[in-house]
Design a protein around this ligand. Structure first.
Ligand SMILES: *[C@@H]1O[C@H](CO)[C@@H](O)[C@H](O)[C@H]1NC(C)=O
Ligand SMILES: *[C@@H]1O[C@H](CO)[C@@H](O)[C@H](O)[C@H]1NC(C)=O
Ligand SMILES: *[C@@H]1O[C@H](CO)[C@@H](O)[C@H](O)[C@H]1NC(C)=O
Ligand SMILES: *[C@@H]1O[C@H](CO)[C@@H](O)[C@H](O)[C@H]1NC(C)=O
Ligand SMILES: *[C@@H]1O[C@H](CO)[C@@H](O)[C@H](O)[C@H]1NC(C)=O
Ligand SMILES: *[C@@H]1O[C@H](CO)[C@@H](O)[C@H](O)[C@H]1NC(C)=O
Length: 433
């Protein structure tokens, strides 16, 4: 049995530590070290896929919500404007117990309950946005109505996939569905499409952690480098994009880790490969370019679309080695203000806001694209308790507490805090213009 040894850390011992951060390095530099290096091993576990074609399932082209230039996860509720990006997690027993992840084919490493995670309080919180604005619990019927007849595509890294899987689980728990496509073998979690026939809705996921065309490690774990073409959309989603109505883009972790970058097949520089003696590009500019190329591809055919840029969701290794079995063993969220960790994600989040604003500006007065930000950075940063941790594998403590064992402190358990990303996505999509 898995319970022994999975001790919650005393929250009072965790209190700290804003003063400890950035003692040796500047905060931005430290941020990418924390984010990049610590989540690197985890990202290495994720795969990949060679380009190929995938049968596009065209949902009927329907009239879509009017274009818009509104701001972000700020959504008019009943007569008032809600900013879902700031708030607090409040105790709400059972709020996140909405599906059985085994039944919706969640990745085994996110199915914490099946893997024997003994504590369940992480399922008993709901996000309360600041200012008393309500965030309704996820309502599958409302979601499917909001995207009636439409194709919803998630494109990005393993956090985008985590959210996409959460959406499938939330919807399939209440509505009939069909699996339309799933790649074979190790890519089976990376390229898939479901249909919800009663509403004419399709939901897809495309693994493309740089958003743009990339070869190397993102396709084959055995390769060391990432080769990333900043001017070209990812092959597979780029080929299918004509069928998409709602697109959620989520990237950053892999850009923080580094890549070798190209424009028009010319090497233009790199991040994280000092031995190449080429221009150091950092992560911020390539991240902007990747969003830009992706958004412009989604604009190029003139089809009305909603494009949602998801912000960065940080990991919670808390400075411990990724194979430290105590790396993320908290069983309670942080209270707002308990932990000053906003500096870790702020710079990356701000890039997403900037690029959304830039995309709206490029559209001018009558763009067919509606561009929104799904800002989950703050709410995710307060949930160190929501990760699989050691329970990324079945019964990790069957033989007692190991000295070294890898923990997943990046993705969220399903069900878990990532379901809230979809609660906010629903409010964004329901917003009528
Ligand atoms: C967009 O909104 C305007 C007025 O707000 C309305 O007249 C028009 O029909 C709408 N267009 C679509 C495609 O819904
Ligand atoms: C919502 O709050 C965040 C954090 O304070 C802020 O950055 C963002 O601009 C706000 N959004 C709106 C639309 O006011
Ligand atoms: C989830 O579903 C699986 C397969 O149907 C079942 O074996 C398991 O007991 C269920 N778990 C819970 C917590 O209900
Ligand atoms: C790529 O090169 C073209 C033409 O040389 C230029 O217009 C464009 O801005 C470049 N894009 C990037 C991402 O560097
Ligand atoms: C790096 O490139 C510069 C400019 O091309 C060159 O002067 C320098 O010798 C190179 N350094 C190494 C270590 O190759
Ligand atoms: C809006 O689109 C029309 C037709 O495509 C074009 O003639 C007009 O200049 C555009 N207006 C703006 C403000 O971009």
């Amino acid at each position: 049995m898995g319970g022994a040894g999975y001790q919650p850390l005393d929250p009072h011992n965790q209190r700290p530590s804003s003063k400890h951060h950035g003692r040796f390095v500047s905060r931005p530099a430290c941020a990418w070290l924390v984010l990049g290096v610590l989540s690197m091993a985890l990202l290495h576990l994720l795969c990949c896929s060679p380009p190929g074609t995938q049968q596009a399932v065209l949902s009927p082209l329907r009239q879509y919500i009017n274009n818009t230039y509104s701001f972000v996860s700020s959504v008019p509720g009943e007569g008032r404007s809600c900013n879902y990006s700031v708030g607090n997690w409040v105790w709400a027993p059972g709020h996140a117990r909405r599906y059985n992840a085994t039944e919706c084919n969640a990745k085994e490493s996110h199915d914490c309950i099946r893997n024997g995670r003994p504590d369940t309080r992480y399922l008993d919180w709901r996000w309360q946005p600041a200012g008393g604005c309500p965030l309704p619990a996820f309502d599958g019927g409302a979601f499917l109505s909001a995207v009636h007849g439409k194709h919803v595509a998630f494109i990005g890294d393993s956090m985008a996939r985590n959210q996409a899987q959460s959406l499938i689980c939330l919807l399939s728990a209440a509505f009939p569905y069909r699996l339309l496509h799933r790649d074979e073998g190790p890519r089976s979690y990376n390229f898939w499409r479901y249909a919800f026939p009663a509403h004419g809705v399709s939901v897809s996921f495309y693994w493309n952690p740089f958003l743009v065309k990339s070869t190397g490690k993102s396709e084959d774990e055995a390769v060391r480098e990432n080769h990333v073409h900043l001017d070209t959309p990812g092959d597979r989603w780029g080929a299918d994009a004509g069928a998409f109505d709602v697109v959620v883009l989520g990237a950053a972790h892999w850009l923080l880790n580094g890549a070798i970058y190209y424009n028009e097949s010319r090497l233009i520089g790199a991040h994280g490969y000092p031995e190449l003696n080429t221009t150091g590009l950092g992560y911020a500019w390539p991240l902007r370019m990747a969003y830009r190329t992706a958004v412009e591809r989604l604009r190029s055919d003139g089809r009305p679309r909603t494009v949602v840029l998801a912000t960065f969701s940080m990991s919670h290794f808390e400075g411990k080695p990724t194979d430290d079995p105590t790396a993320c063993t908290r069983t309670e969220p942080y209270r707002d203000g308990e932990k000053d960790n906003e500096w870790v994600f702020r710079e990356v989040r701000d890039i997403v806001y900037d690029e959304a604003a830039a995309a709206r500006a490029r559209g001018g007065g009558n763009s067919t694209l509606r561009v929104e930000v799904l800002d989950v950075s703050k709410l995710a940063s307060l949930r160190p308790d929501g990760h699989p941790g050691l329970y990324m594998r079945p019964n990790p403590l069957a033989n007692g507490m190991p000295e070294r064992m890898y923990s997943d402190c990046l993705h969220f358990c399903l069900p878990g805090p990532v379901d809230t990303f979809n609660e906010i996505l629903l409010q964004i999509l329901r917003k009528k213009r």
